[in-house]
Design a protein around this ligand. Structure first.
Ligand SMILES: CC(C)(COP(=O)(O)OP(=O)(O)OC[C@H]1O[C@@H](n2cnc3c(N)ncnc32)[C@H](O)[C@@H]1OP(=O)(O)O)[C@@H](O)C(=O)NCCC(=O)NCCS
Length: 331
């Protein structure tokens, strides 16, 4: 019997309407459009402005797009894995809220905290469930409402992040397409360079933590940049080498969208020209766990069955990784 692989069989995405442009940021902090574009590649990002709305409200339209495309009854969904660092609340998991709101009454699920690698770590998990033979329909979501944890007086971080959600459906395949290999890594010594200082069990929320702005993203950009360039490029090159994939064999690189210069360094190391790299950072900025599925969503129509695709990310933690997928369908 052929080996069961986990095939991506549908993609959905969602970004909120409000566009926070570089020009608008110029009025909020001491920055300018030219600096932001040349240092990061970002021109605008989407922000979920409505009060009371959360990451689940971004994820649900992305998931509903999949249900509609596949004419899928939510009762058929076995499991929902959600990569996010901006859950609706610390508990219950955002996957619970999504399952409830879409009527996936037979599904269980959980959230995965791996920052910008959240989608890759969730995809690895979801794919293993399919490969085990136990589950037939697993939804993997990458979602973040980064505007909830960004300090809009800190020019070093507020220019980078945006809100968005992307999702994929995983189903078993025996035609040798689907999820083929992965290299995933963590290094906890990186915790200090990109994190949220308070609100967890180490430093619970208090008047002091709020006053000291410890519930916002803290980032040492240069250190993160250096590790991101090395980490993302290393695992992307390694996954090609160990699977004997040449640059010609790779149809697409789907990189996490953190900084245009990190994307270029990864593509360069893999020997890929820019026309093989999915790039939408200019329009959405860094949506953390949502960047990779949002790219798949926007490029879905250009993907062909059998295309070799390398997904690569680096994020807070540190966390990083690369996944090799052979695309499973023509749109
Ligand atoms: C954040 C980042 C864009 C900053 O770019 P950089 O080239 O490293 O810039 P630096 O932090 O060294 O700052 C250079 C100068 O620009 C200034 N600066 C920082 N933010 C600025 C802004 N928004 N506008 C204008 N100037 C800014 C700094 O104060 C510094 O000034 P100085 O030289 O007078 O001290 C970059 O470090 C980065 O992308 N890091 C990785 C981010 C990332 O990937 N995060 C998510 C992980 S997945």
């Amino acid at each position: 019997m052929s080996k069961i692989t986990a095939a991506i069989t549908a993609v959905g995405g969602y970004v909120p309407e409000y566009r926070l442009t570089n020009k608008e940021l110029e009025k909020m902090v001491d920055t300018n459009d030219e600096w932001i574009r040349t240092r990061t590649g970002i021109t605008e990002r989407r922000i979920l402005k409505e009060p009371g709305k959360a990451s689940s409200d971004l994820a649900i339209p992305a998931v509903q797009e999949i249900l509609k495309k596949k004419n899928l009854d939510p009762l058929e969904i076995d499991c929902i894995v959600v990569g996010t660092v901006t859950p609706d609340m610390i508990f219950p998991a955002t996957s619970n809220i999504i399952a409830h709101k879409i009527g996936a009454k037979n599904a269980w699920g959980f959230d995965v905290s791996a920052a910008c690698s959240g989608f890759l770590f969730s995809l690895e998990t979801g794919a293993s469930f399919i490969e085990s033979g136990k589950y037939k329909k697993v939804l993997v979501v990458g979602v973040d409402k980064m505007s909830a944890i960004v300090d809009y007086t800190d020019r070093a971080t507020c220019i980078i992040f945006g809100d968005g959600a992307g999702a994929v459906l995983l189903e078993p395949s025996t035609d040798e397409t689907g999820f083929l290999d992965s290299i995933l890594r963590t290094d906890g010594s990186g915790e200090h360079y990109l994190h949220m200082k308070a609100g967890g069990s180490r430093e619970p929320a208090s008047i002091e933590t709020v006053t000291e702005k410890k519930h916002f993203i803290y980032q040492e950009g240069k250190t993160v940049f250096k590790h991101a360039v090395e980490g993302m490029a290393d695992v992307s090159a390694e996954i090609m080498e160990r699977n004997h994939l040449s640059a010609d064999d790779v149809a697409w690189l789907v990189p996490h969208q953190a900084n245009m210069r990190i994307i270029d360094a990864t593509a360069h190391r893999m020997g890929l020209s820019r026309d093989k790299v999915m790039i939408n950072i200019q329009r959405y900025g860094n949506t953390t766990a949502a960047t990779i599925p949002l790219c798949l969503w926007e490029w879905e129509k250009q993907l062909k069955k059998g295309d070799n695709i390398v997904l690569a990310a680096f994020g807070g933690g540190f966390t990083w990784g690369a996944i090799w997928v052979k695309w499973s369908y023509d749109s």
